[in-house]
Design a protein around this ligand. Structure first.
Ligand code: ISE
Length: 332
């Protein structure tokens, strides 16, 4: 359709390819016109079947005449300059986490956006669009289980490359629990403590996996996170809320339970794209609808900054083994 939002997707690895598929086959009102990847071959492979063109330079993609909005699924270290280029051009951007690699650079992005006077940056914390997380948040805000006291989060991946060390587990995986804590409890995290337990024999030497992470919030609520990224089982993400008058759990994989040949059972999602497929698609549809109006509809630059600051404290806690305070700058 001629009035479709024309999108450049920068970075088409696992996540970017999923977004291209989502935009092409499931999301209404948008089409991918330009694809960029550091591998020209990968860009061609993704762009060819949908009739998009490829460009070798991400900034050419962001500045192209046939582009109204940008999806950034490039490596995290490339985000800062790319997000700022979108801001400079005045077009909406959906940026995969992390917003940038550390708190101070994310805060620069927050300030730049505030100076521009427009909300153009959305960060891909897709769990905020997952029906179970939304239901849990509604339960909390309805007040029916009383005041929330604690969250217990489980974050398990079946396997990761050997290069995925304890710091990466914090920045790449636990970051989602940081955002969910802020989303569910509606307040900031003020301190992070990390306990490094006996590692699985599947972890390379020196890598702590699993780890137990503790977040403390402004009002003193406690959030425990089990981070275990080499379970050799499947993708398991659960959250239990403990409140004054009740508790609630999401992520129990209670979908199809089959009884057959004297056994019963269901399936566990193999990875995050399967577990959160609905959330990614809903996030994309909401972002496209908002981008067509020149804005965003979801977690913004401040949320990206807060998560980056929490993870920065978390990485320090991983290294020092102590309790590290999260220092947030003033919100512009
Ligand atoms: C991955 O990068 C993601 O973002 C997933 O949502 C997360 O659950 C996984 O642990 C990360 O490795």
């Amino acid at each position: 359709m001629s009035d479709d939002l024309r999108i450049a997707v920068v970075g088409v690895g696992k996540m970017g390819s999923f977004h291209v598929d989502s935009l092409t086959r499931r999301v209404r009102g948008a089409r991918v016109t330009v694809v960029n990847d550091f591998s020209a071959e990968q860009a061609e492979k993704v762009a060819g079947p949908i009739g998009a063109r490829t460009v070798a330079d991400p900034f050419e993609a962001i500045g192209a005449d046939d582009v109204d909005a940008v999806v950034l699924a490039s490596p995290g270290f490339a985000h800062e300059k790319q997000v700022l280029a979108c801001l400079e051009r005045g077009i909406p951007v959906l940026c995969e986490k992390p917003l940038t690699m550390d708190g101070p650079s994310s805060y620069e992005v927050v300030k730049a956006q505030a100076e521009s006077g427009r909300d153009l940056i959305q960060v891909g914390f897709m769990r905020r669009f997952d029906t179970e997380y939304v239901a849990l948040r509604e339960l909390i805000t309805s007040g029916s289980v009383g005041a929330p006291l604690m969250l217990h989060c489980t974050h398990r991946n079946p396997a990761v490359p050997d290069s995925f060390n304890s710091e990466m587990a914090m920045a790449d995986s636990v970051v989602h629990e940081a955002d969910c804590t802020r989303f569910l409890l509606g307040e900031e995290v003020v301190a992070v403590t990390v306990l490094r337990g006996t590692p699985t024999s599947a972890a390379p030497a020196g890598v702590s996996d699993p780890m137990l992470v503790l977040f403390e919030t402004e009002s003193g609520r406690l959030v425990t996170v089990e981070s275990f990224v080499r379970t050799q089982v499947a993708y398991e993400v659960r959250t239990e809320l403990v409140a004054e008058k009740g508790s609630a759990t999401i992520g129990l994989d209670q979908n199809l339970v089959v009884k057959q040949a004297g056994r019963w059972g269901g399936t566990i999602a193999p990875d995050f794209v399967v577990r959160f497929g609905q959330a990614y698609d809903t996030q994309m549809q909401r972002w496209v609808d908002a981008a067509r109006r020149g804005t965003i509809d979801g977690p913004g630059a401040w949320d990206g900054y807060a998560a980056a600051a929490i993870c920065e404290a978390g990485v320090e806690a991983v290294r020092t083994g102590g309790r590290v305070a999260v220092k947030l700058e003033a919100r512009p």
